[in-house]
Design a protein. Structure first.
Length: 171
């Protein structure tokens, strides 16, 4: 004969099957102050209110059984899986794993983009002339970004700014 489970299955109300006597009981438990509650026997046939299920008629139960999964599109069939993907032991990613993978990809993209921008800033700070700095820099979206950029000399900065404004069509 096999041994009874250490933690028998309990109902919502906490009723479990006593493995020794095979009676339904609420097992003894410990109170917050350390004292022990006695085991309570449950009469045969008694069902507490917590364990009573919501009534579903035969048609309602049939509709629930035949219901399509949430988000299912009628008439859509999933594409056939290749044998290589089916034979692989890789489990599908959970929702959290997919989210973390997207975060890692986004972080990798953001890490690569600022490196290029820092290189442009360092070249401009190194004291290049206005013409070469204008060629190396990407076109600014507005004139406010061009005014915040430091340049080698004041006259070159004014000429650079006026040439950029002329290209943008600002008068």
């Amino acid at each position: 004969m096999s041994r009874p489970p250490i933690n028998p299955d309990k109902t919502v109300a906490g009723i479990a099957l006593d493995p020794q006597t095979l009676e339904r009981v609420i097992p003894e438990s410990r109170r917050p102050d350390g004292t022990v509650r006695k085991q309570i026997k449950i009469r045969p046939g008694f069902t507490p209110q917590e364990d009573v299920r919501k009534f579903r008629g035969t048609r309602q139960a049939q509709m629930d059984a035949n219901a399509l999964p949430k988000g299912h599109i009628i008439g859509w069939a999933p594409p056939p899986q290749s044998t290589a993907a089916a034979s692989g032991s890789a489990k599908p990613l959970s929702k959290a794993a997919k989210k973390n993978a997207k975060r890692r990809e986004k972080k990798a993209e953001q890490a690569s983009v600022p490196d290029d921008w820092e290189d442009d800033d360092e070249e401009a700070k190194a004291g290049e002339t206005g013409e070469t700095a204008a060629k190396a820099e990407p076109k600014p979206a507005s004139s406010s970004t061009a005014t915040t950029k430091p340049s080698g000399s004041g006259d070159a900065h004014v000429e650079e700014l006026s040439s950029k404004l002329g290209k943008l069509g600002v008068k």
